[in-house]
Design a protein around this ligand. Structure first.
Ligand code: DSN
Length: 414
């Protein structure tokens, strides 16, 4: 593997080999990560990277766009089919630029946006003060409720009526529950706001038909393509027909320059894969695995934000086990389980320490793992916590985790 790179740049080839080894060895439980197919990888590494194509299919600022036009049209058509959407725009380089495009298509700098607070599971681009969304706009936030740690839509309505935001944003990076899209649309309508839903985390579950879809309700839906969708790193927007013109214009020339045509073609491959019956099975298994993992962790005395999950991720409050999130992340890495520290609702620790970790099942489900492996992971976590000061015990647990990984080879043909 990487023979050509090795001839040109042995240092980078070494890094590629090492990262492939790490991905094969550790149990990947970062909820936003996944493993793409070889077809997606091959398309990303294709000659389409050489092409400039500012503009949109049929209306470019460069010649020679006949083939990239076909790729972009395929990606757009497939995204619409996959999500039952009127229109799709597949050029966003990332979820962040997709959100920036969506906001600026409807808002002017200084306008008000209302989204879920980052510390309650939201995302940086939903109005955090250090992000463009908090710098450009006047951002206000809703939160989850103490106790059940879910969103109260009556409170959201009251807040929206008080604040009169121009945009109501839904979606999250660490919220394990489903959303009431209908309530959010009626709140947005009542206060004259645009309803934008960022489904980056749950898009694959939505595509697989195992999670309710925001598409019939939201004016605009943004997403990344590399999380549960299992595609290339990038963004996508689907929207009602009447909004496409504003979305197109804001993405280019408003925000981005030349589209990444190799990534757009890889998005087309991803959407085709997601349209296959096997993807429904994958999405269901991702959900089932999260359920099994949640109940196995609860049985072992772990505390989960909101008491469980309706999607692919779990937010574990580590404090009852005597650790903070940073310590738990490090402990799990020492037994070859990769996850990320994460604030839990009403966290008293800083974002660099946190009280929790976020665990997700998409990547391990791609490797073929199921209920037995989820129970085994809960067991390894429990034993790791119990023997966290015993280096020998941790070495044994790391061996168990890595053995489990070996039974589900990753990119065996490389
Ligand atoms: N960084 C992503 C996540 O981990 O959820 C969101 O953009």
């Amino acid at each position: 593997m990487y023979d050509v790179v090795r001839q040109t740049d042995p240092e980078i080839a070494g890094i590629l080999e090492a990262e492939l080894g790490r991905q094969r060895t550790q149990l990947e439980m970062i909820a936003s990560e996944n493993f793409t197919s070889r077809a997606v990888l091959e398309t990303m590494g294709s000659v389409l990277t050489n092409k400039y194509a500012e503009g949109y299919p049929g209306k470019r600022y460069y010649g020679g766009c006949v083939h990239v036009d076909e790729a972009e049209m395929l990606a757009k058509r497939r995204a619409c089919k996959l999500f039952g959407a009127d229109r799709a725009m597949v050029q966003p380089h990332s979820g962040s630029t997709a959100n920036m495009t969506a906001y600026l298509a409807f808002c002017k700098p200084g306008d008000k946006i209302l989204g879920l607070s980052l510390s309650h599971g939201g995302h940086l681009t939903h109005g955090h003060p250090v992000n463009f969304s908090g710098l450009f706009f006047e951002a206000v936030h809703y939160e989850v409720e103490p106790g059940h740690e879910t969103i109260d839509y009556d409170k959201m309505r009251e807040q929206a009526k008080r604040e009169r935001p121009r945009i109501l944003v839904g979606g999250a990076s660490a919220y394990p529950r489903t959303w009431d899209y209908e309530a959010m649309k009626s709140i947005a309508d009542e206060v004259g706001a645009v309803f934008i839903f960022d489904m980056a985390h749950i898009a694959g579950l939505v595509a697989g038909g195992v999670h309710p879809s925001p598409v019939p309700f939201a004016d605009v839906v943004t997403s990344t393509t590399h999380k549960t969708l299992r595609g290339p790193r990038g963004g996508v927007i689907v929207c009602k027909k009447e909004h496409l013109k504003a979305i197109n214009k804001m993405n280019f020339p408003g925000i981005q320059g030349g589209p990444l045509m190799h990534m757009i073609a890889a998005k087309a491959v991803c959407f085709l894969e997601c349209l296959q019956p096997e993807f429904k099975t994958y999405a269901q298994q991702t959900l089932d695995n999260a359920q099994v993992l949640a109940s196995a962790l609860l049985d072992k005395g772990f505390k989960l934000a909101s008491g469980g999950t309706d999607n692919h991720l779990l937010l574990v409050n580590c404090k009852p086990k005597g650790l903070n999130g940073k310590e738990m992340e490090e402990l799990l890495e020492s037994v070859s389980i990769t996850c990320n520290k994460n604030t839990v609702p009403f966290d008293e620790e800083s974002p660099f320490v946190t009280s929790g970790v976020r665990l997700g099942t998409p990547a391990l489900t791609t490797r073929g793992m199921g209920a037995d492996e989820m129970r085994k992971i809960a067991d390894i976590m429990d034993r790791a916590v119990a023997s966290r000061d015993d280096e020998n015990a941790l070495v044994i647990l790391r061996g168990e985790a890595e053995e489990m990984g070996k039974a589900f080879p990753l990119y065996p043909e490389f």
